[in-house]
Design a protein around this ligand. Structure first.
Ligand code: SF4
Ligand code: SF4
Length: 281
């Protein structure tokens, strides 16, 4: 029994770690510790941690810049801190380890599989880049943070504290669209925040890396591809053209690592691009 539990936990270790991090971050904004208060004030767009550390979403700062708003030094420093972290490791770490919408869209995808929903409207992955560009153009033209008017990420955080019908309807529509209309529609095709973090972390050093071993006699079994929220990123690895995932669309969710029982995949900090250099040899 204990053995089965341990195996189950190990089998979903990356998912569990992600959920712990995501939910802890959400709780930091909501739960007050007796005698101290809340660990974080604000929301993921702009927050103050431990009453000292100011963090700013760099995409918010970029919209402010386009909107022509004055940029305060603490906000700029906070954005450099956050941006530097994601640029060094991987931009879309934000998606799978921080963003609360990922909880909703992962749930929609899980339900989609359970209910065996096959219908899938084809959407281009590039749509999110167009929406990103449009957000910046509208910020410029309107002199306002255009994406923040609808941003479901801040809506989600707000809904947890102050329920509103419009917020619930927006999040419900997003969930139902992912569930019934198009597979991984929001995070995989439409969200400009994910697109922004993808660009920011284009050269991030945290990579899913393949270590070909004796035990992997079915290299190309593609089970990792089947669970990946951005399946195209694994194509070069399963076709043996690369030893690591280089696409900035990879969210470093670790689903592929959980799925690969052969232990062929690992998550590594690759400072000098050694993994793919070896593949070229
Ligand atoms: S794609 Fe957008 S909504 Fe989805 S997890 Fe990333 S930032 Fe959040
Ligand atoms: S390659 Fe692995 S870590 Fe990257 S998005 Fe796909 S499943 Fe997640």
């Amino acid at each position: 029994m204990l053995h089965r539990l341990k195996r189950g936990l190990y089998r979903h270790r990356w998912l569990l770690m992600r959920r712990i991090v995501q939910i802890s971050i959400l709780l930091a904004f909501i739960v007050a510790i007796p005698g101290y208060g809340k660990i974080a004030d604000g929301n993921l767009s702009s927050s103050l941690w431990f009453e000292q550390l100011k963090l700013t979403d760099p995409f918010i700062l970029l919209q402010s810049f386009f909107a022509g708003s004055p940029i305060a030094l603490p906000a700029l420093m906070g954005a450099i801190l956050v941006g530097g972290f994601y640029a060094f490791l991987a931009g879309r770490l934000y998606c799978s380890w921080v963003c609360p919408i990922n909880l909703l869209t992962d749930l929609a995808y899980w339900l989609r599989k359970r209910l065996n929903i096959k219908g899938n409207m084809n959407l281009s992955r590039h749509l999110r880049l167009w929406i990103l560009a449009l957000s910046l153009v509208l910020s410029f033209l309107g002199g306002t943070l255009a994406w923040e008017i609808v941003n479901p990420i801040t809506r989600f955080q707000r809904e947890l504290i102050w329920f509103s019908l419009s917020g619930a309807m927006l999040l419900g529509a997003l969930f139902l669209f992912d569930l019934f209309v198009s597979r991984r529609a929001w995070c995989g095709h439409l969200c400009p925040v994910g697109a922004f973090y993808g660009i920011l972390g284009r050269y991030g050093r945290l990579k899913v890396t393949s270590t070909p071993t004796e035990s992997c006699d079915t290299r190309g079994c593609s089970r990792c591809v089947a669970v990946c929220p951005e399946p195209h990123v694994l194509a070069p690895v399963v076709s043996k053209q690369a030893l690591s995932v280089t696409s900035s669309d990879c969210t470093r969710c670790g689903a592929c690592l959980d799925e690969c029982s052969e232990g062929v995949l690992s998550m590594k900090i690759d400072l000098v691009g050694m993994a793919n250099r070896k593949a070229d040899d």
